[in-house]
Design a protein around this ligand. Sequence first.
Ligand code: PGA
Length: 260
Amino acid sequence: MKVLIFDEAEQAVARVADLVADLVRRKPDAVLGLATGGTMVPLYERLVALHQEAGPSFAGVTSFNLDEYVGLAAEHPCSYHSYMRSVLFDRIDFDLARTHLPRGDSADPMREADRYEAAIAAAGGIDLQLLGIGQNGHIGFNEPTSSLASRTRIKTLTDDTRRANQRYFDSFEDTPRFALTMGVATILESRFCLLLATGRSKADAVAAMVEGPVAAACPASALQLHRNATVVLDRDAASSLRLTSYYQHVHPGGADSAFG
Ligand code: PGA
């Protein structure tokens, strides 16, 4: 696992945006796995700015988002469909026909999960999967104790996750209880995993992911099994790591090492 630590969140965000933009320049028909959440908002802002300054074009990109709430139609203002349109898809030259999220209002969510998994495979798999991390160590909505072999399916959200996301809804009661999410194994199949975490509230989850045992208790720790995973952190998100001086030695100030 490559661990890049930056002093400031803006620097971490800029680095992740550059990695995404570089891939899209090299491979204009790349398949991107996209994430939602507060951490991704400044990242998408930065991607929009990069696009406006000097490209790249996202017109040929195919995307698959990690998750969607069960029961919310795409048009619901709190759906991840709506989030993606407002922060990214409608602000840049994405071809909406190539963007995919699980359909939260599907009459048969279990079938929808299988359909989504098949659609990812039919697109040739994911070149770059963007990830955030929950304070409880979830990636996507793979809550603690998720099978590390899991595929896209319905997950029951923990009350902690519902409380963390309550700010987008009218009340805790209105915050959805279930989500359709890519599984841990679905995520691990992507060719490159790029996780962004900023802020002190993520520090313990980051330490468990990077330095803890590989365990379903921290689903993000499964990234230790991925051969090409990069974790980009600001100082605060890195503050519970023990081997910081090693990461700084290999990647001073978040720079690439002599070997990439
Ligand atoms: P956040 O969510 O960026 O809103 O903290 C991250 C996540 O839960 O994966």
